[in-house]
Design a protein around this ligand. Structure first.
Ligand SMILES: NC(=O)c1ccc[n+]([C@@H]2O[C@H](COP(=O)([O-])OP(=O)(O)OC[C@H]3O[C@@H](n4cnc5c(N)ncnc54)[C@H](OP(=O)(O)O)[C@@H]3O)[C@@H](O)[C@H]2O)c1
Length: 207
């Protein structure tokens, strides 16, 4: 199996570490201070501090979009050959009314443009609330993970990780589709925050 570096130890970092563990991946967890954040420290992961070299072939940015500049400052030039997984939903939480990226773009495209050529970016997991990743279900069906990207090999690796963990992986297309995935993630969080759905549920695709 693959190896995964996860930057961030919050809700999503913990959920994706659980997925990686179920998939049998080597796991590195990068945090910015001692203590494992909102989760108990895992015995199956190697911990490092921000600034340490990343050992994973897949690198998950499990931090708020606002933290991307500081993460890029550390790692922009140390990501050659890796696949960066962007999971961000850049919601303006002061209004819950808009995203913090231009309407014709996405965090994934902005990230891709900020990285050196040749670093693959895949949008994934942003249309999944953390609980549905940890449990593997939205309460009714197996959790479906939508992803998008331009690099075919990178997408195969991300899909393999998702499927090896027991979840469904659906390729939504090119990285330009990240804009729609971010709109879906935005809507899902608004629905959960306003009590129209539960944080343990989520969108699915019936086939
Ligand atoms: N929560 C969800 O269900 C959900 C669903 C889909 C997508 N997302 C996306 O997932 C990402 C993470 O969300 P979350 O809910 O996991 O947030 P969270 O629980 O607040 O965790 C954020 C993590 O990022 C770390 N962090 C913040 N700034 C950092 C920096 N400059 N350098 C290094 N680490 C930094 C925090 O470290 P400290 O512990 O030191 O503060 C914390 O470990 C966001 O982009 C969000 O939009 C979330």
């Amino acid at each position: 199996m693959t190896s995964v570096s996860i930057i961030g130890t919050g809700k999503m970092g913990s959920a994706i570490a659980e997925i990686a563990a179920r998939a049998g991946a080597d796991i590195q967890i990068i945090r910015r201070r001692a203590g494992a954040g909102s989760s108990l420290e895992r015995s199956d992961a190697v911990y490092g501090m921000v600034g340490d070299d990343l050992t994973g072939e897949l690198v998950v940015l499990a931090v708020p979009y606002e933290a991307y500049p500081s993460v890029l400052e550390q790692y922009r030039d140390r990501l050659a050959g890796k696949t960066v997984i962007d999971i961000a939903n850049p919601i303006d939480f002061t209004t819950y009314d808009e995203l913090q990226v231009p309407a014709d773009s996405s965090t994934a495209v902005e990230l891709s443009q900020a990285l050196p050529a040749g670093v693959a970016v895949v949008k994934a997991f942003n249309v999944n609330l953390g609980d549905t990743l940890s449990t593997g279900t939205n309460g009714t069906t197996t959790t479906t993970v939508l992803f998008a990207g331009d690099d075919a090999e990178a997408k195969i690796a991300v899909a393999a990780l998702i499927e090896a963990s027991g979840l469904r992986a659906i390729d939504a297309g090119q990285l330009s589709r990240a804009r729609e995935l971010e709109a879906m993630g935005f809507l899902q969080i608004v629905l959960a925050a306003t009590g129209k759905t539960r944080y343990e549920s989520g969108f699915t695709l019936l086939q």
